[in-house]
Design a protein around this ligand. Structure first.
Ligand code: ATP
Ligand code: SF4
Ligand code: MG
Length: 323
């Protein structure tokens, strides 16, 4: 397998008035070429912080305090600003949550896509325009519409333009952070299908961040489940669906509808994600876990491989089937 991204023991903290929020703690996972990973978990679990740490976009009062982020073997955390600038767009890019944040209303979409190409690659304007038209066609927009302004497009089309921009310099890895939020359900499904289609066609590695477990399990090769700053389970999608090991993963599955089984009873997870400021050393899920016992309140279980390619962090792992 050809590893594109390897995140090793990544921790990112935020300084607050009340203390340190350990928003991401000891997170490890990797991504192969052409693989799509779904990063999932409730709001506030640290998904965006992981993405921003990988992209080195964390700003004060936040800080990546430890860990490595190896993109094709090069550590992004240690890279110089110059190296980082050359890797963004060409090796790693983002589809933002809101296309409005990515598109400038006063320039045509063609000018904006061309600009990203011209800044990062040594090509003529003519070549950049040709590529812009191809990119637009790739995301299902008539190439001749490169002269249009963002306000001339619907929300879904703007999101397609944002995808075209993310792909402008042929990156190997694309991170999509809730990039369909705010769109109607049908348009969301179309945009997600487009991302999947492009991922296959271009052999891209994609991290798809979402709250939508049924959607993520339908299209991702692997799933990483985050809870309160930790990845608690990471495995091929099939293993998560058939044999989720962590009580939080099981609760998340029980709380999600099953498109193939409309009769399934959906059980919401009682309680909420804890405040991570000064959170004591313990399993972070212990306040909501129906199986918690004394040790869970005093130590955080190690995240380890329990079967081939299936990782989880729970003290009950290996002491019989708790599923
Ligand atoms: N600038 C900041 N200052 C203090 N804490 C922060 C800051 N940004 C994020 N956090 C904390 O980091 C934790 C993770 O936030 P993050 O935005 O990464 O979660 P998320 O999983 O992306 O949530 P959502 O699904 O709502 O987008 C939260 O507890 C949040 O309070
Ligand atoms: S370590 Fe304990 S509290 Fe944490 S998920 Fe496992 S059983 Fe529950
Ligand atoms: Mg987020």
């Amino acid at each position: 397998m050809n590893t594109v991204l390897s995140v090793e023991n990544l921790s990112t903290y935020f300084k607050t008035d009340k203390g340190i929020a350990k928003a991401v703690e000891n997170v490890s996972f990797s991504l192969n070429k052409g693989e799509m990973l779904g990063l999932i978990g409730e709001s506030g679990c640290g998904k965006t912080t992981v993405a921003q740490s990988i992209l080195r976009l964390i700003e004060y009062p936040g800080k990546v305090v430890s860990g490595r982020v190896l993109l094709n073997g090069r550590d992004l955390i240690k890279a110089s600003d110059k190296d980082l600038a050359s890797m963004r767009w060409k090796e790693i890019s983002v589809i933002p949550q809101s296309a409005m944040n990515a598109l400038n209303p006063i320039f045509t979409i063609g000018d904006q896509i061309m600009e990203s190409i011209l800044i990062h690659e040594n090509v003529s304007k003519r070549e950049a325009l040709k590529r812009t038209k191809t990119l637009l066609e790739l995301v299902g927009i008539d190439g001749e519409r490169w002269r249009s302004y963002p306000h001339e497009f619907s929300g879904g089309m703007k999101q397609r333009v944002a995808i075209a921009m993310a792909l402008a310099c042929n990156p190997k890895l694309v991170i999509s952070d809730e990039s369909t939020t705010g769109l109607d359900v049908l348009t969301q499904a179309q945009v997600i299908a487009l991302i999947k289609n492009l991922q296959k066609k271009m052999d891209l590695s994609v991290i798809l961040i979402s709250h939508d477990l049924p959607m993520v399990t339908a299209i991702c090769d692997k799933i990483a489940i985050m809870y309160a700053g930790n990845i608690v389970e990471w495995a091929p999608t099939e293993d998560i669906l058939k044999n989720a090991r962590h009580p939080y993963s099981q609760a998340l599955l029980n709380a999600s509808p099953d498109l193939g089984n409309p009769e399934k009873e959906v059980v919401s997870i009682p309680g909420s994600v804890p405040n991570l400021v000064n959170f004591p050393n313990s399993c972070r899920f212990h306040t909501r876990c129906p199986l918690a016992f004394d040790k869970c309140r005093q130590e955080n279980p190690e995240f380890k491989e329990v079967r081939n390619g299936h990782y989880t962090a729970c003290f009950l792992e290996g002491v019989g089937n708790h599923g």
